[in-house]
Design a protein around this ligand. Structure first.
Ligand SMILES: Cc1ncc(COP(=O)(O)O)c(C=O)c1O
Length: 375
């Protein structure tokens, strides 16, 4: 049996007539950039998140870039973020000529914590960017308390967390801005790149809308220098179709995660930890395991797809050598980077496939191994 990490063809088959007709509709009306589909999707996405404004942009990376720009981040500023994230979280800070300041994570959720961030706040801190990694939100109450007490804006990197909740509130609605990615493999994935910024304030929304069209309003009058970062109508039309199914797809992912937890119980490793008050959307089902690379090789031989998110924390990336971090700077993230492995999870995964993944993992550990030392 072959089990892919993700199979988007199955998702396409499940929505094919609706998706095809939405695409054909755009081809017929030809308003390809920021057309009526974008406006409609923005309204639907804002309602889904429970926030006033949703602004479609060209990618999740751009969502972060525009949100930070709107917070005034620029040369000489510092932005604090998690060292355990996709590169975009840090890259956008550097692209604004600001300095990414990294913070370590909670070993159980892999999320950055308010305590770790507090150690890094300086007079130059211009924004705090928590990353809701794998689809579970950061412990936001202490983080917002810290940020509010210092009057520092929070930009949520919710690229992996659309629909995730913290104490009943959705990802992207707690900070000044929320940033989402519609990269095809995300829980709500487009047909290419796409992203979205959410916010409550009318002025902030106006500013981000301006920034995505070269800083112009009205057209051809530029009060600031912005970007070309528009969501196109084909993406928006596809996303509108898929958004209707997102809750049920999330339910499917959660069911699969609970089933993995049972199938993998008793093995010498950690299954994902869903913190109290959190509604995890399982963008990834990530386990922390001994002999991770060997397990991955074993699963690859059995044609089970896996991935490592992420093998090297951001503070140790070559391009950030000049920032002066060393091995040992963030021990939790560094330890997790050699232990984590993401297993196949998507709503259309079958029981048989999941049984095969779990049986293969069990086979690898059949002779037993010492449990991981968890701090
Ligand atoms: C945590 C995180 N931040 C930012 C991004 C960037 O999103 P995109 O690939 O849409 O630019 C991603 C997605 O890849 C992500 O996982």
């Amino acid at each position: 049996m072959k089990v892919p990490l993700l199979d988007l063809k199955r998702q396409y088959q499940s929505v094919k007539p609706e998706l095809d007709s939405a695409i054909m509709n755009v081809l017929a009306h030809t308003q390809f950039i920021l057309g009526p589909d974008v406006k409609q999707f923005e309204e639907e996405a804002a309602a889904f998140c429970g926030i006033k404004h949703a602004i479609g942009v060209a990618s999740g990376t751009d969502a972060l870039l525009l949100a930070l720009r709107a917070c005034g981040v620029g040369p000489g500023d510092e932005v604090i973020t998690s060292t355990f994230s996709f590169f975009a979280s840090a890259g956008v800070i550097s692209r604004l000529s600001a300095t990414p300041v990294f913070a370590d994570i909670d070993p159980k959720t892999y999320n950055v914590t308010a305590d770790q961030i507090a150690k890094k706040v300086t007079s130059k801190t211009k924004a705090i960017m928590p990353v809701h990694i794998y689809g579970q939100m950061v412990d936001m109450d202490p983080l917002m308390e810290l940020a509010n007490s210092k009057k520092i804006p929070v930009v949520e990197d919710a690229a992996q967390a659309i629909g995730a909740k913290y104490k009943g509130k959705k990802a992207g609605t707690l900070g000044r801005f929320g940033c989402f990615s519609f990269f095809p493999s995300k829980n709500l994935g487009g047909l290419g790149d796409g992203g979205m910024v959410t916010c409550q304030s009318d002025e902030d929304a106006e500013l981000v809308r301006k920034l995505r069209v070269h800083g112009s309003k009205p057209k051809y009058y530029h009060s600031l220098v912005g970007y070309n970062s528009r969501l196109d109508s084909l993406q928006a039309a596809a996303l509108s179709v898929k958004l209707k199914y997102l809750e049920s797809w999330t339910g499917g992912r959660r069911k699969r995660a609970a089933r993995y937890n049972q199938l993998l119980a008793g093995l010498p490793f950690e299954t994902p930890f869903e913190r109290e008050h959190n509604f995890h959307i399982y963008h990834q089902y990530t386990v922390a395991v001994p002999k991770r690379n060997e397990l991955r090789k074993f699963l690859t031989e059995r044609e089970v797809g896996t991935e490592i998110y992420y093998p090297l924390p951001l503070h140790l990336q070559e391009c950030y050598a000049s920032l002066g971090y060393k091995e040992g700077s963030f021990p939790v993230a560094e330890k997790r980077a050699v232990e984590v492995l993401s297993l196949p999870i998507f709503p259309e995964l079958t029981d048989e496939e999941q049984n095969f993944v779990a049986a293969s993992v069990r086979e690898f550990y059949r002779d037993g191994l010492p449990a991981l030392a968890i701090n």
